[in-house]
Design a protein around this ligand. Structure first.
Ligand code: ZN
Length: 136
């Protein structure tokens, strides 16, 4: 029997660079100098200024739980062994909100504004955003 492969993010262009930088253990986001703002998800150009000169900046990797959803029924068979799991929207200390899996926590104990920190995981060689409960 062949294992079901998990769908993975595209590994090209800005999204590929995002995951490549994440593999270093730090969360980097694009920054638009013209607008002085963070961009997420990664893209070719700023949607506000159309600036292509975006720079990658490291973030603290720390934030607070802004929202979340708990998956009880996997929509793809590769995720079935992992349910229930929590997908979190984290508001970084720097401001942008980033999606990732909340790991190492009982889904029933998740609480709004709970401090979290980046805990990147690697799946099939690709670094994925994950969060763990931590102190600010
Ligand atoms: Zn801009």
């Amino acid at each position: 029997m062949t294992a079901i492969e998990r769908p993975l993010p595209v590994q090209e262009g800005p999204v590929g660079r995002f995951h490549e930088l994440l593999s270093t253990g730090a969360l980097h986001l694009q920054w638009c100098e013209a607008c002085a703002r963070w961009l997420y998800p990664a893209r070719e150009q700023c949607g506000a200024s159309a600036d292509h000169e975006l720079v990658w900046r490291a973030t603290s990797g720390r934030g607070r739980l802004f929202s979340w959803t708990t998956t009880h029924q996997a929509l793809h068979p590769a995720f079935a062994p992992e349910v229930p799991y929590v997908t979190a929207l984290v508001e970084l200390d720097e401001g942008p909100r980033i999606v990732g899996r909340l790991v190492g926590v009982d889904p029933g104990s998740v609480a709004l504004n709970r401090p979290v920190r980046l805990e990147p995981t690697t799946v099939a060689g690709v670094a994925i955003v994950s969060w763990s409960v931590g102190s600010p």
